[in-house]
Design a protein around this ligand. Structure first.
Ligand code: NDP
Length: 204
């Protein structure tokens, strides 16, 4: 444990404003972790931090903006003493038939799901290494199984898997790397799909 003020380990969760990230924050807080909640929707993470107490902090940060992640890491260091655990959970799943019309979606998924996780990790790595930490990457069953319409999303999750396996070998014994590959979980994830017919089909 690397925290100077600690009553428990410190966990940083990206995408903590809803779904799996918010549930993870609640579970870790119930297990005495002090949590740093990162997301773009500050109102959501502010109210979750209030609900959780125990030193929980809400930090507005977009994982595609490295400067915001650097600023978040500084706040975690100053206010919580440093991160013991980083959960790379922020993600989007913009399913659609493969088409030039969806090209903005492809870039968004790579920038959030893959590059966002890589950026958060390289920024927080020194904190994780200081005392022995855990890196937890949220991939998906879509990182192993591809279906029509999921190509770019699967590519990002396949990428997370390969990157995680490399880091797993490279970072031991300083940092333990865990890869989680959930199946379908009922969250707001499909509500952001931009291709209308696909969004309706997935939500049904
Ligand atoms: P949600 O849509 O509920 O949560 C996604 C989270 O990511 C939100 O908190 C959102 O916060 C955050 N996020 C999105 N873009 C950014 C960004 N640019 N910067 C920072 N945060 C961002 O979906 P889930 O909880 O379902 O998804 C969480 C993870 O689980 C994702 O990686 C997803 O791929 C994975 N997963 C989900 C499955 C499912 O069936 N639900 C199955 C397998 C994997 P905000 O908008 O406030 O920034």
């Amino acid at each position: 444990m690397n925290s100077t003020q600690s009553t428990g380990r410190v966990a940083v969760i990206t995408g903590a404003s809803s779904g799996i990230g918010a549930a993870t924050a609640r579970a870790l807080a119930a297990d005495s972790y002090r949590v740093a909640l990162l997301a773009r929707r500050l109102d959501r993470i502010d109210s979750l931090a209030d609900e959780l107490g125990n030193g929980a902090v809400a930090i507005q940060a977009d994982v595609t903006d490295r400067e915001q992640i650097v600023a978040a890491a500084q706040r975690v260091k100053d206010e919580l003493g440093g991160a013991d655990v980083l959960v790379n959970n922020a993600g989007n799943m913009l399913l659609a038939p493969f088409s030039s019309e969806q090209r903005a979606d492809y870039r968004a998924m790579v920038e959030v799901n893959l590059l966002g996780a890589i950026t958060a990790t390289e920024v927080f790595l020194d904190q994780l290494k200081d005392g022995g930490g855990d890196l937890v990457n949220i991939s998906s069953v879509a990182g192993r199984v591809a279906a029509p319409g999921s190509g770019a999303y699967s590519a990002t999750k396949w990428g997370v898997n390969g990157w995680s396996e490399s880091l797993r070998q490279e970072l031991l014994p300083d940092v333990r790397v865990t890869l989680i590959e959930p199946g379908v979980v009922d969250t707001e994830l499909p509500t952001h799909i931009t291709h209308e017919a696909t969004r309706q089909a997935v939500q049904q």
